[in-house]
Design a protein around this ligand. Structure first.
Ligand code: SF4
Length: 474
């Protein structure tokens, strides 16, 4: 059987005028995971439209398309094309699960939720020539998951080819997050078996790993065991966590000893009313500054995530947020315009309040305003968003932020990491166009590895203390 698996791209991802590095970070792990359930004699190709041309003149037996909201239209276009040629098209992913009736108009079969058992049931039925129109994932486990078909990934096209996911979902329920709807009808947070996760990590070549888990530290017992197993492997890794988990004693220190060098943290807002409004209770009454200090003391960098446009945000939110992030020496920041995704609680509330402006899904990219903000105009929200990016990554703020670090090595690393990411876009573009982006991986590894070596005296004490505590008792 010929199977073509496609991750379709939003037009801007292919545009020469837009910044392609964002789209060349991670390979299509979800499709490579599904490929693992196919037979050895199936002829499988994975095409990621973000990094390669998609040819449409073939006639596979099965076309599998993963759709996100911003690539929904493109996904439908590709699906329609193949269906018109008589190929069987199956679609899944976040957007398909959010709006199944819309997606079903473009696919022979849709798969809702975190594929797994639904995908295997579909494959059995498809081979028996009796596939159904819709499959809903019901079994929520990663136990015994076959190894991801990484051999189908074109590693050289990605900056972080060693991306990995060892859990699904998240224990929290922020109202703007896709998670609840995607996992509805079953567990919304579960992990791989630790031994299987460690085996997968061990199979990855090189030092650098990027965990794409929503919240790697979300299950303390799992995270402790995972980090125990990783200590001594010589890996350096990046991952996401919450403020709450960072403030817990010992877990972060162990993560750092296992190789954590950069953590993505969803601060989202500095305003407690906003946090309550959006059910982000895990951040409420937490000392963000103390969390950042703990991360830095462990020799780990912070990528702070911030959302603009919540109902208590006014014109002052942009500068206040940037000034705060700079004052706390946050290395990199990701800003978003609040975006109510279909099927989320936030979307339902906005619809009830008659505040949604349109349903042009390709503009639901967190850079455009798609709803009526409460205390800002749509124009000032978009303007403020771009202003925040410009200000945070201005050389003056990069220097100001870096000089908050205690020693010169740490200051230089801050500058090289943050500046390298945002200030050399033409270089990144060239590397991507010439398919050389993976050549930057050793440099990324050395910056991350060096970062962990320069820990404060306080952290050295913490590390020594951690080493004295037997595994599994922290
Ligand atoms: S913490 Fe992050 S992943 Fe978890 S529900 Fe909130 S936004 Fe979603």
């Amino acid at each position: 059987m010929k199977v073509k698996m496609i991750l379709s791209a939003l037009t801007e991802a292919k545009s020469p005028f837009f910044r392609p590095i964002k789209y060349s970070l991670f390979p299509p792990l979800g499709l490579a995971t599904l490929a693992a359930y196919l037979n050895n004699d199936d002829e499988i190709s994975i095409v990621d439209e973000h990094v390669e041309e998609l040819t449409l003149d073939d006639e596979p037996d099965l076309v599998v398309i993963q759709a996100y909201i911003t690539s929904a239209y493109r996904s439908y276009q590709i699906a329609d094309h193949y269906r018109n040629k008589g190929c069987y098209v199956v679609m899944g992913g976040l957007h398909v699960t959010s709006l199944p009736d819309e997606a079903a108009q473009h696919a022979d079969t849709i798969i809702l939720g975190p594929a797994g058992d639904a995908w295997t049931r579909f494959l059995t039925d498809f081979r028996a020539r009796c596939p159904e129109k819709r499959y809903v994932a019901s079994v929520r486990t990663l136990d015994g998951k076959p190894p991801i078909r990484r051999d189908l990934i074109k590693r050289e096209r990605y900056l972080c080819p060693n991306s990995i996911v060892v859990s699904r979902g998240c224990p929290h329920t922020c109202d703007f997050c896709y998670k609840e709807a995607f996992y509805s009808g079953g567990r919304s947070f579960y992990t791989q078996l630790v031994d299987e996760a460690l085996a997968e990590i061990d199979r990855l070549p090189g030092r650098h790993i990027y965990f794409l888990d929503d919240h790697l530290l979300g299950n303390e017992r799992f995270a402790n065991a995972l980090f125990d197993g990783m200590i001594g492997m010589g890996k350096v890794f990046q991952a996401a966590s919450t403020v709450q988990a960072i403030l817990k004693p010992d877990l972060l220190e162990k993560a750092a000893r296992a190789g954590l060098r950069s953590v993505f943290v969803g601060f989202e807002t500095l305003d407690s009313t906003n946090l309550s409004d959006h059910d982000k209770y895990q951040n409420l009454n937490r000392d963000y500054g103390a969390a950042i200090k703990r991360v830095h003391d462990c020799g780990v960098m912070v990528n702070g995530s911030f959302v603009f446009g919540m109902d208590n945000d006014d014109e002052t939110v942009f500068d206040r947020t940037v000034d705060w992030a700079v004052a706390n020496s946050v290395e990199t920041a990701t800003f978003h315009i609040m975006t109510p995704y279909p099927s989320t609680e936030l979307y339902k509330r906005m619809v009830a309040e008659n505040r949604m402006l349109h349903q042009q899904w390709d503009l639901y990219d967190t850079r455009h305003v798609v709803y009526k903000p409460a205390k800002l105009s749509a124009e000032s929200l978009e303007r403020g968003y771009w202003h925040a990016y410009r200000e945070f990554y201005s050389w003056s703020n990069l220097f100001k932020s870096a000089t908050k670090k205690s020693d010169m090595h740490a200051q230089l690393r801050h500058l090289s990491y943050a500046g390298g990411w945002k200030k050399f876009e033409p270089v990144w573009d060239l590397l991507i166009r010439t398919r050389q982006v993976t050549r930057m991986l050793p440099m990324l590894e050395s910056v991350l590895a060096a970062y962990g070596r320069f820990q404060s005296p306080q952290d050295s004490k913490l590390s020594r203390r951690s080493e004295m505590v037997p595994s599994g008792t922290q």
